[in-house]
Design a protein. Structure first.
Length: 163
């Protein structure tokens, strides 16, 4: 029992796709903040379905007030941002149905949100969804996914490793 109390948290982890869709390299995202990696390194998904799932085992750190983004922290401390669409903060929550709250524990594949990609696209917003490693000073990415399409909760988009 005491052995589990002092068990070291795994710092290295695989991140699975939070959405089913077409994979887009971050440099190709049509938004400079993401394409120039100002927020951090990562990858993006052009969603083909509305369900957003947890890409890692960890905790929900922040559900943005405008519901367009969710940040998570892995058990090892890596911080991940899922930013549903571009400029979607302006929608003030319309098109997003969040299923989790700050502090919730999540496992890979757990339902985080429903993202109404048709409604968002009909309002002339891009649905492409960046998935960003926020604390790149402490962690790095490797084995970045290069296939065309990823399945939510199944395909590993990249490996996160402590520096």
């Amino acid at each position: 029992m005491l052995k589990n109390l002092f068990k070291k948290q795994e710092k290295n982890v695989d991140l699975v796709s939070p959405l089913t869709g077409n994979v887009v390299q971050l440099e190709d995202v049509p938004d400079q903040v993401f394409s120039q990696k100002m927020m951090g390194d990562g990858i993006a998904i052009e969603p083909l379905s509305n369900e957003v799932v947890s890409p890692v085992k960890g905790e929900v750190v922040d559900v943005f007030k405008t519901k367009h983004a969710i940040s998570l922290r892995t058990e090892g401390g890596a911080e991940i941002l899922i930013h549903m669409g571009l400029e979607t903060v302006k929608l003030d929550g319309k098109g997003f149905d969040i299923k989790v709250s700050n502090g919730d524990k999540v496992e890979p594949g757990d339902h985080l949100a429903t993202f109404d990609i048709e409604a968002v696209a009909n309002k002339n917003y891009k649905t492409i969804t960046p998935i960003i490693l926020l604390n790149g000073e402490d962690f790095s990415l490797s084995n970045i996914f290069t296939n065309d399409e990823a399945k939510a909760g199944k395909d590993v988009l990249f490996h996160i490793k402590e520096k």
